[in-house]
Design a protein around this ligand. Sequence first.
Ligand code: IMP
Length: 203
Amino acid sequence: MPLSKLLIASNNNHKVTEFKRLFAHLPIELVTPNDINLNLDVDETGDTFEANAQLKARAFAEASRLPALADDSGIEVDALNGRPGVLSARYGGEGLDDAGRVQLLLREMAAVPDDQRACRYRVVLVLVDHAKPAGTEDSTEGRCEGVVAHATSGTNGFGYDPIFYVPAFGKTIADVTSDQKDSISHRGIAARAMAEILATRTA
Ligand code: IMP
């Protein structure tokens, strides 16, 4: 059966906005959990981006009986041995919002010299479609290399974007347009690879 409707399995409005932009050219109706009155919060108990994306995609596909696409993403900082990584959304505990997590990361990195501030965004996307045989889930990955800035700059994007400095732009991701972000971002790279898979399933 051709794939004509896809659930974006995320309650993060920023991510949903990015996916809608990145899949806008596909002949697929994109729906959110909110659109179908699905209230589901999946415990991210996996140790890897892939494991957590699988958990979310499987749970949302099961609950909605729609093909579901989930992502799990985060920022890895070399000077912190890859932290916060899979815990990026919960870095510093439940009490912090995006701005609080950014300030915490700036404090942890305060004494780290410029040549040791490398970081990257990573994402894994998993598509679960019950119309396909079990065990044939599709997944794609994306990475985006950057440097942790010394202070915030910009108001676009979300999460760690105000301190994610991209040398090629000479700016943080929060200082570039959404098209510029999509052209180099982890989610942009993974979504373009997933769009090619989705395109083969719409015929
Ligand atoms: P999760 O994928 O829901 O576990 O959340 C990943 C977390 O990583 C987000 O809440 C953000 O803090 C961070 N993150 C992932 N992708 C981005 C991005 O594109 N910009 C800024 N922060 C991001």
